[in-house]
Design a protein around this ligand. Sequence first.
Ligand code: ZN
Length: 163
Amino acid sequence: MNGCMACDLSAGWMELPGGEILRSGSWVIEHCIGPLGVGTLIMKPLRHCLGLWDLTDAEAAELGPFTRLAISAIKELTDADQVFSSLWSFSGGEPGHIHYVLQPVTKSLRDSIGKSGPFIQTAMFEANQTPDAGEVAEFCDRARRWIEDHRNLSLGVDFRTAG
Ligand SMILES: [Zn+2]
């Protein structure tokens, strides 16, 4: 479409291990395809949006509810003691389609890497281990079920889950 991987994944033009987890009128949640471990999700606007300053009122209104919903699912489905939320927004050195990386951080992950904060992500990118597709699919199934069971966390914003 416009050379944007985020748009291509949302449109189904690129293979997405685990399939889409959640889609609302404005946002989509998927499993991360990068080497950040099983349970790391991506939350991005459906629209090709280059910065939070550019969110529509509807997109801004859905941001809080879906952030809490996704992070709660990650927290409940992993043994994370924290869930990072980082906004990434460069593509090829230029502002790109914004996407939140929502990453479970467990004590065992911190211990195995021996670092904290953004250095955990840096070390994982250097190790470059793509998560197992079967484990990703299993996590996505569990996440869809958990989210369906906790629809109240979306504060009434409508969405659907889809495999
Ligand atoms: Zn895009």
